[in-house]
Write a protein that binds this ligand. Structure first.
Ligand code: 4AD
Ligand code: MG
Length: 451
């Protein structure tokens, strides 16, 4: 902004205040950017003693005045205050956000106030910019945005990590000793919160060719880690007439598009993450956006891990699932950048993945990135009716529950592929924030559903 004779009005929340005999300075932030606006009260010009007394960190204000060139450091202009209204006071003795830097653990306990800090304001703005970018990316490529259900009867991942949804009187049933009868429940059957919109997306990809979902998903896995939430947001594109390599290309283009958007459209916030959270992050992200992603098969990855000479808490041999320590080694040491790992053993992947001719592996792909490990999981889907039916039987899954999914292979089946990007993992990757609980406004984790 430039100095000007016009009168401006600002409203927002006071971050800091400094009062001397002749002037009172305070910084107002309205959340529109990292930088606040300095407001100066020249006591020789305006007489506002009551307001100055009530003006405290955390209070909400409305101030008017002229923008003048700032003699102080750190800002080009400041507002020379003509009038000031304290909209909502904030008692300094009890306001939980004091000037000093608070730990993220502490801020999680005051999730109703943490968006007023620099870090959480910046995270919220980057999240917003990237949400919009998700839609832009797919809309520009003629994908149809599909709303898939939150309440579902099917376990899309077949992993049994679902939250039950019921209106049955569980306490009453427990007291009476009668068993739970799902046929008497609201939907006449057992229902759950969805773990993925994929199976429903496959239905629409089988008609509209290119669709994507962007919604909340739920996992009742008891993982207390820095990269797991019980409720997280996922983007799932699904594309007909598309094989594994086509979906790998889409995944790479998508991640690069999101990185570039964050660097271009959230540059101030990204500069903040670079200085305060993860030094060097903007440069390393810019380099990732300009390079191809490495690709290796699971078998090659296991080979690299076995030859690494590193000691892992979880020993490596062909057939084991990759743990976060293995993913870190592959991205940070071996490739030193993002890597797409494909063709995993079929025993460690979901029932719907297309089987390779070797009888051992499936056309799965995970995109791994430094600092985090898996950010995307996807695959080509099994489009052969017989092979899919056989696989459901092998895994002891009830074919009757998946009748409509099998129908898609019965009528006009087509090679198709897709993936899921965990939106919070993406935000972690782009901002450098270490704990996934700090990149979603209100985290849900085992034992915690406050706010
Ligand atoms: O690898 P996942 O389980 O894949 C699926 O759900 C497929 N149905 C996706 C598809 O092909 N359409 O999950 C996809 C991504 C993971 O790579 C990870 O980024 C994220 O979702 N994710 C989680 N993020 C936060 N907390 C959790 N508990 C997560 N579980 C998975
Ligand atoms: Mg996965």
């Amino acid at each position: 902004m430039e100095p000007s004779d016009a009168t401006y009005a600002v409203h927002g929340w006071v971050r800091t205040k400094r009062d001397t005999k002749s002037v009172c300075f305070f910084e107002v932030n309205d959340g529109s950017s990292l930088a606040g606006l300095q407001v100066t009260i020249d006591k020789a010009v305006v007489d506002l003693p009551d307001q100055i007394t009530r003006l405290q960190t955390g209070c909400s204000v409305r101030a008017t005045g002229r923008l003048v060139a700032s003699p102080g450091k750190g800002q080009a202009v400041e507002l020379l205050c003509e009038s000031l209204e304290i909209v909502g006071a904030s008692p300094a003795e009890t306001y939980p956000l004091q000037k000093k830097r608070h730990s993220f653990e502490f801020l999680r306990e005051i999730a109703h106030l943490r968006p007023r800090t620099n870090t959480f304001g910046a995270v919220a703005r980057v999240r917003n910019v990237l949400s919009y970018a998700v839609h832009r990316f797919y809309q520009e490529r003629d994908f149809v945005y599909l709303h898939t259900p939150i309440i579902t009867a099917s376990d899309a991942e077949g992993a049994g990590e679902m939250f039950r949804v019921t209106t049955l009187d569980l306490d009453g049933l427990a007291r009476s000793g009668r068993p739970v009868d799902a046929s008497l429940d609201f939907f006449g059957r057992a229902t759950y919160l969805t773990v993925s919109g994929q199976l429903n997306a496959e239905i629409y990809a089988g008609a509209l060719e290119r669709v994507y979902t962007f919604g909340p998903t739920f996992r009742a896995e008891n993982s207390n880690t820095t990269r797991h939430l019980a409720e997280f947001w996922m983007i799932e594109p699904e594309v007909a007439f598309c094989d594994l390599s086509c979906t790998m290309e889409l995944a790479r283009d998508f991640v690069v598009y999101l990185i570039r958007t964050a660097l271009e459209r959230a540059d101030d916030d990204m500069a903040f993450f670079d200085t305060r959270i993860e030094p060097g992050i903007t440069e390393s992200l810019a380099a990732v956006a300009d390079a191809d992603f490495a690709h290796m098969t699971y078998t090659e990855a296991i080979d690299a891990l076995e030859k690494s000479g590193a000691t892992f808490a979880y020993p490596v041999e062909w057939g084991v699932d990759l743990q976060s320590e293995h993913e870190k080694y592959l991205t940070e040491e071996y490739v030193q950048g993002p890597v797409i790992v494909t063709d995993y053993p079929k025993q460690i992947k979901a029932f719907y993945m297309k089987q390779n001719d070797d009888g051992k592996t499936v056309r799965a792909m995970d995109v791994l990135v430094p600092r985090l490990g898996e950010i995307i999981g996807g695959s080509q889907r099994e489009d052969d009716l017989d092979l899919l039916t056989e696989r459901l039987r092998e895994l002891g899954l009830d074919e009757k529950l998946y009748w409509w999914y099998l129908d898609l292979r019965r009528y006009g089946t087509v090679p198709h592929s897709g993936f899921g990007l965990g939106f919070e993992r993406l935000i972690q990757y782009v901002t450098g924030m270490q704990n996934i609980r700090d990149v979603i406004p209100f985290p849900r984790t085992p034992g915690n559903a406050d706010f």
